[in-house]
Design a protein around this ligand. Structure first.
Ligand code: ADP
Ligand code: MG
Length: 261
């Protein structure tokens, strides 16, 4: 509750530049499992603005992934409404269109096809969009270059390091230029150097494109690099912290870049 109000007023100084609607609005969202025995998400209100850079933090089992799944329509709430740009999203078809056009998702486990090269994995995300093979190939190659994998794009993903695999997954998630990038513990399976590199990449991409970034993590150091941090405990939002920066603009606030870039 407390955060919904905070978000509603945030950025009002630049209201002429801000879109009228938040990108995503959750109203009284709950997700129960096992016939109600487990309440993974309980009566959550949340607004994510266009261009926001938000960390969702909380201990293991606190409901972060359940929330992420509701934010992209992989799963549906037991109660409440999820709206995208002010319009309630109800149907499976609406959600698949949003994921195809406007949402990119990165998971902890990479979820790449092991029998395909990095390039082929990214190209897969462009199927069914009316693009020629050549265009698909060129776009996938360009985005892999952007994430620093130009020289590895023809490698099978099984021959890549964890950090490189996650870069492929990020390339796949952004190749259709989504408005929202959702990353659920994207550094959870990485060594500490790769954690810094992958996090830097996510923040840099957000900075360059202006896309909204929701970064789910149990790592407080990583979360501290986001100007807004939403903390979940037992399925409830217990804190919603927002740094106010002098440079906040209609494209959202800057995420903190590490000096280890
Ligand atoms: P987190 O991502 O923060 O670790 P989750 O959202 O995965 O937390 O889980 C929140 C709670 O919901 C946990 O108690 C978990 O065991 C439970 N849970 C998650 N998914 C399911 C499911 N499909 N069926 C039953 N319980 C689930
Ligand atoms: Mg999780």
């Amino acid at each position: 509750m407390l955060m919904a109000k905070a978000v509603a007023s945030a950025g009002s100084d630049q209201s002429s530049e801000k879109p009228a609607q938040p990108l995503i609005t959750l109203r009284a969202i709950s997700r129960l499992y096992d016939g109600g025995a487990i309440a993974a998400v309980r009566d959550i209100d949340l607004e994510i603005g266009v261009g926001d850079c938000v960390a969702i933090v909380g201990a293991s089992g606190s409901g972060k992934s359940s929330l992420v799944n509701l934010l992209c329509g992989i799963d549906y709430p037991t109660a409440g409404t999820v709206s995208w740009e002010g319009r309630p999203v109800h149907t499976r078809r609406n959600w698949s269109r949003l994921r195809r056009e406007s949402i990119g998702i990165v998971f902890q486990e990479f979820n790449l096809m092991p029998t395909l090269t990095a390039l082929e994995n990214v190209e897969l995300a462009l199927l069914g969009r009316g693009l020629s093979v050549g265009r698909r190939n060129a776009r996938a190659a360009a985005v892999l270059e952007r994430v620093g994998l130009k020289s590895r794009m023809h490698n099978l993903t099984t021959t890549l390091s964890g950090g490189e695999r996650q870069r492929v997954a990020i390339a796949r998630a952004i190749v259709h230029e989504p408005k929202l990038l959702l990353a659920d513990e994207p550094t959870g399976n990485l060594d500490s150097i790769s954690v810094a590199n992958v996090a830097d990449l996510l923040f840099r991409l957000r900075e360059k494109t202006g896309m909204t970034l929701i970064l789910v993590t149990h790592d407080d150091t990583l979360a501290a690099r986001c100007p807004r941090r939403v903390r979940i405990r037992d399925g409830v939002i217990v804190d919603d912290n927002r740094e106010v920066t002098a440079h906040a603009s209609g494209r959202g606030q800057a995420c903190h870049m590490s000096s280890a870039t």
